[in-house]
Write a new protein. Structure first.
Length: 404
């Protein structure tokens, strides 16, 4: 279960009149599941597509639809001042134009003008409207004023059309809200993360590998981006990453070693989350091994311990984090690895535990530090585990004392 990335945050969710308004119901539910206190604000046109009762049922408060319907004579001021973030999904061309021009003619636009909280708008409309010069000028003006904009996706639109203008899926909207509210405690820092399991070739077809999916490493890279870091991700996984991440694709331990060590000196933080093979075939066959030739004799040789190499050569002030996939005694084995590798933190997880470890979307871990620090992270999404890891990395970078 998620620990709630938005716990305690108050989010005003604005919904405009577009067919994508149906997705806003799921956005609302997911925000609540992430721990946010959600107040829906629907325009009159939104009510043509979705009902206020639906949002009231899934939100934290009753949906609001009018400047004049409540006993509070200034609901927009109250909403704007109390919000930690204002999110508009979907945002129509009309809303973007009114917001850019400073026009307030309903509760939602009044709230947008009355808030000093960060604002995220998620445009959704037909392609021709999205690409119109006036809409693009309004979006550019809002961006210049500091408004976050989640660009629409290419996909199926109303009426069977296809093109740019589709509201991103609810999970992407919620992730953008989390990024908007994430602490920017890594702003300007250079962070390198490794991910995935390496593949060591036996022949052109077969390889020695492991079950790592790369999900935890990719979650770490995305978390660092949210916190303002300049992120390089060296990955042996086929997973995608956001456009803000500099992705370096590798396959073998040797390729990962070269990619990491040639970039290490320029990094403020290095997080070795990849499952790097400990051994590789000394010689890989040039042709596919044939069953007819009998069982081959495969001689293995050790690969370079990249984490240990980094521990020996790292520059002063650099934070080095390793991962330990274990099956028991997480603290003891994590502390032993700390001493052996010269790292600042080891994140140890029990890969035999249900729901944790390889290829799951969840994980549980113990973070141990060379200053005697220990932090248990209970079962949570890998994104939440990544947030916990970077909480402790930020602590080391700023010199804060460990949590009690």
């Amino acid at each position: 279960m998620s620990v709630g990335r938005l716990a305690g945050r108050r989010v005003v969710l604005g919904v405009c009149g577009g067919i994508a308004a149906y997705k806003a119901v799921e956005v609302c539910r997911r925000l609540v599941d992430a721990g946010a206190h959600v107040v829906p604000v629907l325009t009159d046109d939104a009510l043509r597509f979705v009902g206020a009762v639906t949002f009231s049922a899934v939100a934290s408060e009753k949906a609001q639809t009018s400047l004049w319907a409540e006993a509070d004579p200034i609901p927009h001021t109250r909403l704007g001042r109390s919000a930690d973030a204002v999110v508009v999904a979907p945002a129509t061309a009309r809303l973007l134009g009114a917001y850019a021009a400073g026009i307030s003619d309903d509760l939602l636009t009044a709230t947008l003008l009355a808030t000093r909280a960060p604002v995220l708008v998620c445009p959704a409309m037909h392609t021709e409207m999205w690409e119109h010069a006036a809409v693009q000028d309004n979006v550019a003006l809002l961006r210049a004023r500091g408004v976050a904009v989640l660009d629409p996706e290419v996909g199926r639109l109303a009426g069977g059309d296809r093109g740019a203008g589709r509201l991103p899926e609810p999970a992407a909207v919620v992730a953008a809200v989390e990024a908007l509210l994430a602490p920017k405690d890594l702003a300007g820092r250079k962070v390198l993360v490794t991910a995935g399991g390496t593949r060591e070739p036996l022949d052109p077809v077969r390889f020695i590998g492991n079950r790592s999916s790369g999900k935890q490493g990719h979650a770490l890279a995305e978390e660092a981006v949210k916190r303002g870091a300049l992120v390089t991700l060296v990955t042996a996984s086929a997973l995608t990453a956001s456009f803000s991440v500099d992705v370096v694709r590798v396959e073998t331990a040797a390729e990962m070693e070269e990619a990491v060590l040639t970039r290490a000196d320029r990094q403020d933080v290095i997080v070795m989350a990849a499952a790097v093979a400990d051994f590789r075939p000394k010689v890989a066959a040039e042709q596919k091994l044939s069953k007819a030739d009998g069982v081959p004799d495969i001689v293995l040789e050790p690969t370079t311990d990249i984490l240990a190499a980094l521990g020996q050569r790292r520059r002063p002030g650099q934070v080095l984090v390793g991962f330990a996939a274990e099956t028991g005694d997480l603290v003891g084995r994590g502390e032993a690895k700390l001493a052996a590798k010269g790292a600042d933190l080891i994140v140890a997880n029990d890969v035999s535990a249900p729901g944790a470890g390889f290829d799951h979307d969840t994980n549980a871990a113990v973070i141990v530090g060379n200053d005697g620090f220990q932090r248990e992270v209970p079962m949570a999404s890998k994104r939440d585990v990544a947030a916990a890891v970077f909480d402790e990395i930020a602590r080391l970078l700023t010199g804060r004392r460990p949590r009690a």
